[in-house]
Write a protein that binds this ligand. Structure first.
Ligand code: FAD
Length: 471
C-alpha cells in the first residue's frame, strides 16, 4: 500500500507515522521549506520565532499526542508550565492559572472574593477527565454512519456526559452563580484560545475540556522547531519520505501532481484545510468535495507579532485583556529563558497572537491594509512595553491573515480550526472520509477538537477507521 500525504502540519505528520505503523509505504509532500504549518517557525537574526502554535498539551499516555509519542518510542523534550497561563484582566487584576486545584481556587478567591468557585471547577475537572475517556473509547467520532454512532453504547458508564452537550458554558456559569462580567471575561479568554469560541457558543462538554486545558501546558525545548525536528526525525527513522518545498498542484486519476513530476498512490491523506481540498481535484471528485462545504463553515484569522526582548520572565504563557474595540485580548508566548536555540543568552523570543475577523483583511486597498496592520501592532506593542517595562525590542515583525494564507496556503488565512459549537448537529461535522475511494482527510478543519492535540486525535480516529475497514 503506497500512501501519499499532502501537507506536513501536525495532521500530516501524525498520519504519516500511523500509516507507516500500519505497514504502508509513505511519502509526505509539504509545500513550505519546513514542516509544521500553523505550528512552524522562522528565523530572524539570532532569534527563532514560533509562527502560531506555541504550547503543547494532551501528552499523557492515554491522550492523543501521548499515544503518538508511544508509537515513536520516545518523547520530545517538554517543560511543564505551572502556572499554565497568567491572566491580566482589563480591570488591572492579575491571576495565575495554577495546576494544583487548591492553588487555582485560591487565585480565583483572591480575584473574585464574592463568588463561590469550587463546585463549578470540580465539575469542570470531573467532566474533563471523563471526556478524555470517552474520546478514547468512541473512536469513530466524528460519526459518518449510524454504525459509527452505536459505538457510544460501548461506554454506558459515560452516558451522563451527553446532557452536557445540551447546555452551553454560559448557562453552567449562571447555574453556579458565576455569571459576572469580569468572570465571563476570564472564561471567554480561556475558551477563545482552547475552543475558539465564547461561553454562549461552547457546549459545556467541550467547554469543560477547554477550561481544564491550561492545567496541561507544556513548552517544547527549541520551541516548535524543536518539536517538529523531533517528529521529522521520527518519520525518517521509520523510512517515511518527507519532501519539503513540494507543493501538490493537482490530484487526478490516483496521481498527485507537483510542478516537476507526478506520483501514483493507493491511498491519499489530505492534510490541507477543508476549503483547500476541492480545488486540487477535477470533475466529479471536485463536485463531491465541494458538496461537503455547502454549509458555510466559519473560522477565525490571526494577527501575530514576533520580536526579541531582554530576558525577564519564567511565566511563558500570558493572556492580556484590553477590551479595546480592535484588540479584545492578546496571547503572549515567551521562549524558555535558557533556550539558546531560540534567542541569544539574556534574550527571549516572543510570539503574540490575537483572534481577528478575516473578512476585514481581504478586499481592502493596500493603503487600508497597511494602516490596519500598523494600528493593531501599535495597540499591542505599546501595551506590552508599558505593562512589562520593556524599552527595547528586536526584529519586530507582524503577521496577518494574508501572511498565513501566503505561508500556510490556508484559504482566506482561516486558522485555528473549526469549533464544535452549541446546537451543532454532530452528524454535520466533516468526517475523515471524503466520499472518494481511498481518499481521506485530517487536520483542524476536520476533527472538532482544537490545536495540535485535537488534530492528533483526528489522525488517530482516521487510523482506527482505516484499520477497521481493512480488518
Ligand atoms: C496564532 C496561532 C496560535 C496557535 N496556538 C496554538 C497553541 O498554542 N497550541 C496548539 O495546540 N495549537 C495552537 N494553534 C492551532 C494549531 O497551530 C493548528 O490547529 C494546527 O497546527 C493545525 O494543524 P493542521 O495539520 O490541521 O494544519 P496546518 O498546520 O495548516 O498544516 C497544513 C500543511 O499543509 C501544507 N500544504 C497546504 N497546501 C499544500 C499543498 N497543496 N501541497 C503541499 N502542502 C500543502 C501547508 O504548508 C501546511 O504546512 C494556534 C494556531 C494559530 C494560527
Amino acid at each position: 500500500m503506497k500512501t501519499i500525504i499532502v501537507g506536513g502540519g501536525i495532521g500530516g505528520i501524525s498520519s504519516a507515522l500511523l500509516a507507516s505503523q500500519r505497514g504502508e509505504e509513505v511519502i509526505l509532500f509539504e509545500a513550505h521549506e519546513n514542516i509544521g504549518g500553523c505550528a512552524s517557525w522562522f528565523k530572524r537574526g539570532k532569534f527563532c520565532f514560533d509562527v502560531g502554535a506555541t504550547t503543547v498539551s494532551g501528552v499523557d499516555f492515554n491522550q492523543p499526542l501521548g499515544k503518538i509519542f508511544k508509537l515513536i518510542g520516545k518523547s520530545p523534550e517538554l517543560t511543564w508550565q505551572d502556572p499554565g497561563i497568567v491572566f491580566h484582566l482589563s480591570n488591572g487584576k492579575k491571576l495565575s492559572y495554577c495546576c494544583g486545584f487548591d492553588a487555582w481556587m485560591l487565585e480565583l478567591e483572591k480575584t473574585f472574593p464574592h463568588l463561590t468557585h469550587r463546585p463549578f471547577w470540580e465539575k469542570v475537572y470531573k467532566i474533563n477527565s471523563h471526556a478524555w475517556e470517552l474520546l478514547d473509547s468512541v473512536k469513530s467520532f466524528p460519526f459518518k454512519s449510524i454504525a459509527d454512532f452505536t459505538e457510544i453504547f460501548s461506554r454506558p458508564d459515560l452516558f451522563n456526559l451527553y446532557p452536557y452537550l445540551l447546555v452551553n458554558t454560559e448557562m453552567m456559569l449562571k447555574i453556579h452563580g458565576l455569571h459576572h462580567p469580569e468572570y465571563l471575561e476570564l472564561i471567554n479568554g480561556i475558551l477563545l484560545i482552547s475552543a475558539q469560541a465564547h461561553a454562549e457558543n461552547v457546549p459545556f462538554l467541550i467547554g469543560a475540556m477547554a477550561l481544564a486545558y491550561p492545567r496541561q501546558t507544556y513548552a517544547p525545548q527549541g520551541g516548535m522547531r524543536g518539536f517538529f525536528d523531533f517528529l521529522e526525525s521520527a518519520c525518517l527513522d521509520k523510512g517515511i519520505r518527507v519532501k519539503n518545498k513540494s507543493r501538490v498542484t493537482m490530484i487526478d486519476n490516483h496521481k498527485v501532481f507537483l510542478n516537476q513530476d507526478s506520483h501514483e498512490y493507493d491511498q491519499l491523506i489530505l492534510n490541507v484545510p477543508c476549503w483547500n481540498q476541492a480545488e486540487l481535484f477535477q470533475g466529479r471528485e471536485k463536485v463531491i468535495l465541494e458538496k461537503d462545504l455547502k454549509e458555510p463553515k466559519e473560522a477565525w484569522g490571526a494577527f501575530t507579532l514576533y520580536f526579541g526582548i531582554p530576558s525577564f520572565t519564567n511565566e511563558l504563557y500570558q493572556q492580556v485583556h484590553l477590551n479595546h474595540p480592535e484588540v479584545s485580548n492578546y496571547f503572549i508566548s515567551f521562549s524558555l529563558p535558557e533556550d539558546e536555540s531560540r534567542a541569544p543568552l539574556g534574550w527571549q523570543a516572543v510570539t503574540i497572537s490575537t483572534h481577528v475577523n478575516v473578512e476585514t483583511w481581504f478586499g481592502v486597498s493596500s493603503h487600508d491594509y497597511r494602516l490596519k496592520k500598523q494600528s493593531i501592532m501599535n495597540i499591542i506593542i505599546s501595551d506590552f512595553k508599558e505593562r512589562f517595562s520593556i524599552q527595547e525590542v528586536k526584529h519586530l515583525t507582524a503577521g496577518t491573515p494574508k501572511t498565513f494564507q501566503d505561508y500556510t496556503l490556508r484559504k482566506n488565512g482561516y486558522v485555528g480550526g473549526l469549533p464544535f459549537l452549541y446546537g451543532m448537529n454532530p452528524f454535520s461535522i466533516l468526517s475523515s472520509e471524503t466520499g472518494l475511494e481511498k481518499v481521506f482527510r485530517v487536520g483542524d478543519t476536520i476533527f472538532p477538537g482544537q490545536g495540535l492535540v485535537g488534530v492528533a486525535a483526528g489522525a488517530l480516529a482516521l487510523d482506527y477507521r482505516i484499520k477497521k475497514s481493512t480488518s
